[in-house]
Design a protein around this ligand. Structure first.
Ligand SMILES: Cc1cc2nc3c(=O)[nH]c(=O)nc-3n(C[C@H](O)[C@H](O)[C@H](O)COP(=O)(O)OP(=O)(O)OC[C@H]3O[C@@H](n4cnc5c(N)ncnc54)[C@H](O)[C@@H]3O)c2cc1C
Length: 473
């Protein structure tokens, strides 16, 4: 189908959001069609930047009338290629898409002190939300390294996890209501924040994790937590995943609030040293480092002295030290990308799996063996959210189009009853692997939902479901 680069279509978009916010110049479009990992690049006929829910609805109606696909995009920090279009329309029934950037949906309401809730526009970044609620004496339960770019809309659309899941749960658990624009341009608004509300289907829950395939989230009402006590961080050298898991249950005193439990391997620490300029953090070398954070008043008393005695450990009690210790963990993804660029100009494969915690050590060993035996692999690292059974595997060497290396990693999870996506979503990257984690009946049920909400197949085509012909066409 032809695109609508000129004429009515673009004029309609300009009428809806203003000429300044309809980008058609290839140079201006480029950052919106290249994903954070640089593994995926796409094509769009325009980038549209609405500032209100009504503008989002108007743009969606114009696209529906012209059969133009829409790719919603927040901070473009997603790691599975879901926030950018494919390099050509993935289905014959849709035109070259537009990217709908939600960043101008940046309104924030006052914190509701009685309810412990706040409503924010989809384009507000996670970092901005944290600051806003902190000023009012509250904390938001989702946090991750991309906080200064990732948006609330994007985190809801991906049901993001992050570093506080062990304490507060994933994004779905924080949501009290959502406002969204559906593919026909209609607006659903349910932002009352009622704690109890069993009036039919939980549409916010359905939109959460839908990766832009069912609706464009324009605002979110989230529940908040009281700011935890000051925290202490410990970075501990361990020799294996088994040891890290065993220590996890002993290192924190009973009753202390564990806020984070992360793991990073030696390769990852070395690469983080290169991008941060920091030194090796401990006295000796270890294959793995365990990072724990407890809310204990910033005194270190939350850690069990007897479990840490004779161990190679460094504590962070003030904000400077804590930030330094976290940097080894938070710069992992960036460090592997930088290493891949240096090593040969290609990209790092970034995979995100979850496993039953009892199987995690065995699975990590098997992953190592597979990587060591696959000749294109030059280096690889494993890090992640240990307590959630969530490992991130970063691989340097195989070309961006090498799917065999992804298969080697993802097929391991089926053996152990894990998931091919712990927190990043399916996006475009993992459509071929969805059936490892979901049964045919489950995929049919999801597909039916997609077809009912989006009968024209306009929203983020090619994401979650593989690029087969859209069934309604
Ligand atoms: C350094 C780094 C660390 C990260 N750490 C974590 C982590 O610990 N845990 C984790 O879960 N993720 C992590 N991520 C991945 C990423 O930050 C999350 O997936 C985040 O939720 C994406 O938010 P975003 O605004 O950037 O969304 P985008 O990347 O713009 O989009 C992601 C998906 O959501 C859809 N979408 C975006 N906005 C909307 C909207 N308003 N309505 C409907 N659909 C929408 C897009 O179409 C796309 O499918 C990390 C990424 C980086 C770069």
């Amino acid at each position: 189908m032809a695109d609508h680069r000129s004429g009515d279509f673009i004029a309609g978009l300009i009428g809806a959001v203003g000429a300044e916010h309809v980008l058609t110049d290839a140079v201006l479009i480029e950052p919106f069609v290249t994903d954070w990992t640089r593994r995926w690049r796409g094509a769009a006929q325009a980038v549209v930047r609405p500032a209100t829910t009504e503008q989002v609805a108007a743009v969606m109606k114009i696209c529906a009338a012209h059969g133009v696909a829409v790719v919603p995009q927040g901070g473009n920090t997603g790691l599975v290629g879901g926030s950018i279009p494919a390099d050509e329309p993935p289905f014959s029934h849709v035109s070259l898409p537009i990217v709908m950037s939600t960043k101008r949906l940046d309104q924030v309401s006052d914190v509701d002190q009685q309810a412990g809730q706040v409503t924010v526009g989809a384009g507000v970044t996670l970092g901005e939300l944290h600051q806003h609620v902190q000023r009012a004496g509250w904390a938001y339960g989702v946090d991750l390294a991309a906080r200064d770019s990732a948006t609330i809309g994007g985190t809801v659309a991906t049901n993001a996890g992050g570093i506080r899941v062990i304490a507060y749960g994933m994004t779905r658990m924080q949501i009290r209501g959502v406002e969204a624009v559906l593919p026909d341009g209609s607006i659903i608004e349910h932002l009352g924040g009622l704690i109890k509300d069993n009036t039919g289907y939980d549409l916010a829950g359905v939109l959460c994790g839908s990766e832009g395939t069912l609706g464009i989230i324009t605002a979110v009402r989230v529940g908040l937590h009281r700011i935890p006590a000051e925290t202490s961080v410990a970075l501990i050298g361990v020799e294996s995943f088994d040891e890290a898991i065993e220590l996890l249950t002993r290192a924190v005193v009973p009753g202390a609030d564990l806020l984070a439990a992360e793991v990073i391997d030696e390769t990852g620490i070395e690469l983080a040293m290169q991008v941060t300029g920091l030194a090796w953090p401990l006295q000796d070398r270890h294959p793995l480092l365990l990072l724990l954070e407890v809310a204990d008043g910033g005194t270190g008393v939350g850690f069990n002295e007897s479990a840490l005695v004779n161990r190679d450990v460094v504590m962070g009690l003030d904000s400077v030290d804590k930030q330094r210790l976290w940097a080894y963990r938070e710069r992992q993804s960036e460090a592997f990308s930088a290493h891949a660029a240096q090593a040969g100009g290609d990209v790092a494969h970034k995979l995100d799996i979850s496993l039953p915690i009892q199987q995690l050590a065995q699975c990590a060993d098997q992953l190592r063996e597979r990587m060591l035996n696959y000749s294109p692999v030059e280096s690889f690292g494993i890090f992640g959210h240990l307590a959630d059974g969530n490992l991130h595997v970063e691989i340097v060497g195989p070309s961006a189009t090498d799917e065999e290396v992804d298969r080697l990693v993802l097929s391991v999870v089926s053996q152990y009853g894990g998931s091919v996506s712990a927190e990043h979503g399916i996006g475009r990257a993992k459509t071929a692997w969805l059936s490892i984690s979901r049964s045919a009946a489950e995929i049919r049920a999801m597909r039916a939902l997609k077809d009912a909400w989006d009968p024209q197949g306009l929203l983020n085509p090619g994401v979650i479901f593989a690029s087969e012909e859209h069934p309604s066409k």
